[in-house]
Design a protein around this ligand. Structure first.
Ligand code: ADP
Length: 527
């Protein structure tokens, strides 16, 4: 056997090919072997292959060679060591070469390096294992779903010219329900069983029974998100257990491209009913607190309210007596009496209005959302405090935007925000000589409607800025420190915000600004 000539021929092959004698001595060694194992041909020829390349499994090599002698061939995976000490996984094929007399003479080994492939497979197994582990062990309910039929439905829709799946599905809830029926459960973890019902009833089921009618839009939006290649989708929604009971859930769907390509989808569900209930309790508490604060403020304002009501009552009494006098004349002046009676009616109406306002403020009620013009609320709050502010020598100015969009809000709560801000402003200017002024301004921009309440008082100390809205933060001797905290809570429950800003023209004083989304935007985000 001419090792050199064979070596030349084998140099054309990409796989490692070498021939060794039955004693293990290397007889030929191609270029790919030199590349793979790092031993040049001169260094390899004549060496014992097992010593040169063995990764410490002589025992099994002897067994394998015994099998080769019996069958004439062997193939399998070997761990082999390269010149630099690294261990390679080699897919090897051995074949027996016989001499002219037919007796076994040498062994030809061809080998292909599959180290990287095996490493990748091991990594994939590890990641699949990790994924399985996560799938089972996470404290959330996980579902693997087959939604390939939905993929088909989406393709049909696209062919039919539907461009925006979000809009289309929102307008066609029955189609969304059909997509639910077409989506089947492949696998669920233990948490899903604990949350929804028996595993056997969950597997292979369609997902429709788990979606109450009212949550259809959320499913539709998640399908639209998947179709738009968003990486994931999350929303709070209500879901249904197999026993028909509903609960508040955080629903998340994840669309990794490999999974979507296979038509599968991973979703997670977290039961947030307790959180939602706690929020509702907190909301009730806040409403009660807001009410308590309002009543305590009304207490402080009693003198001024009494005065407000007294004025029309006194006017009624005066006009009434004057009317009687005109009537008691020998020739009653009926025109004069008519005019006086008109004024009496108007004053009575004024008194009734004031009382209605006070009652509205004092009554406890659940927030009642209606479409409001914030300009009206500003005017009402200023009217409510008119006497109080006049008494303190505070001049007021209202600059109201003529084209203010409506907001969706509870009228009494927003009045309370404004009254709080106005009372704070008036109190802040209490110690001043003169020049007490409050300016209220309404405006609107893309973020919604904005109201600014600005005074000419001492302003807010920089170190207090961050704490103004904290509960019980007050710099006043008898302050409760709840006014601004309640303002913030009221605005946040309406989707708005409040902050203290530097007065725009650096003229001093305090400047509070709050904003609320315009009603049409609120309606839009609800869909
Ligand atoms: P309280 O009025 O009971 O102190 P608030 O929450 O309404 O509670 O106000 C908290 C604090 O914010 C006040 O004590 C005051 O220091 C500051 N503050 C509020 N409004 C103004 C203002 N217009 N000018 C200066 N400081 C203000």
């Amino acid at each position: 056997m001419d090792g050199g000539a064979q070596g030349d021929l084998f140099d054309l092959v990409h796989d490692s090919v070498f021939v060794r004698g039955l004693d293990g001595a290397i007889l030929s060694w191609n270029a790919a072997s030199a590349d793979l194992y790092g031993w040049p041909r001169e260094a390899a020829l004549g060496r014992n292959a097992h010593e040169l390349l063995g990764a410490g499994h002589e025992q099994s090599v002897a067994e394998l060679e015994a099998r080769l002698l019996a069958d004439g061939r062997w193939e399998g995976e070997l761990a082999r060591q390269a010149a630099n000490g690294s261990v390679l996984v080699v897919e090897a094929r051995w074949s027996l070469r016989r001499g002219p007399d037919g007796a076994p003479a040498a062994i030809l080994e061809s080998g292909r390096d599959i180290t990287a492939r095996r490493a990748a497979e091991a990594a994939l197994r590890r990641s699949e294992y990790r994924y399985r582990n996560l799938f089972q062990a996470m404290a959330a309910s996980f579902w693997e779903l087959d939604f390939s039929p939905v993929g088909g439905m989406l393709r049909e829709l696209r062919k039919a010219g539907v461009a925006d799946f979000g809009v289309h599905l929102a307008a066609n809830p029955e189609l969304t329900r059909e997509m639910m029926r077409q989506t089947r459960v492949i696998d669920v973890n233990e948490q899903s069983v604990a949350l929804f019902g028996e595993r056997a009833d969950l597997l292979n089921a369609s997902v429709e029974p788990f979606w109450p009618e009212a949550s259809t839009a959320v499913f539709g939006a998640s399908v639209a998100a998947a179709a738009s290649r968003a990486p994931s989708y999350a929303s709070e929604t209500r879901l249904k257990r197999l026993d028909g009971s509903e609960f508040d859930a955080l629903f998340t769907a994840c669309f990794p491209p490999e999974a979507v390509g296979k038509g599968t989808l991973l979703i997670g569900v977290i039961d947030i009913s307790e959180r939602v209930q706690a929020q509702a309790r907190l909301q009730r508490l806040q409403t009660e607190f807001a009410h308590a604060a309002r009543v305590s403020m009304l207490g402080e304002l009693t003198a001024s309210i009494a005065h407000e009501v007294n004025q029309p009552l006194a006017a009624i009494a005066t006009n009434g007596s004057a009317g009687l006098r005109w009537l008691a004349r020998p020739e009653p002046d009926l025109d004069e009496v008519k005019a006086l009676t008109g004024r009496i009616v108007a004053d009575a109406q004024r008194a009734a209005d004031i009382i209605a306002r006070v009652r509205g403020m004092a009554m406890r009620h659940e927030p009642e959302m209606s479409s409001l013009d914030l300009n009206d609320v500003v005017v009402e709050a200023l009217a409510f405090l008119r006497h109080e502010l006049q008494g303190l020598g505070v001049e007021t100015e209202a600059v109201l935007s003529a084209s203010l969009p409506a907001v969706r809000a509870d009228r009494t709560l927003l009045q309370q925000v404004l009254v709080n801000l106005l009372v704070n402003a008036a109190q802040a200017m209490g110690g001043m000589e003169g020049g007490r002024k409050i300016a209220v301004r309404t405006s609107h921009d893309a973020r919604g409607v904005e109201v600014t309440v600005r005074d000419t008082g001492p302003g807010v100390a920089p170190e207090d800025r961050g704490r103004l809205f904290d509960s019980f933060f007050s710099t006043k001797a008898s302050g409760m420190g709840m006014g601004l905290a309640i303002c913030r809570s009221i605005l946040e429950t309406h989707g708005g915000a409040i902050s203290a800003i530097d007065p725009p023209d650096a003229a001093g004083g305090a400047c509070f600004v709050f904003n609320l989304p315009a009603a049409e935007d609120v309606a839009h985000t609800k869909v």
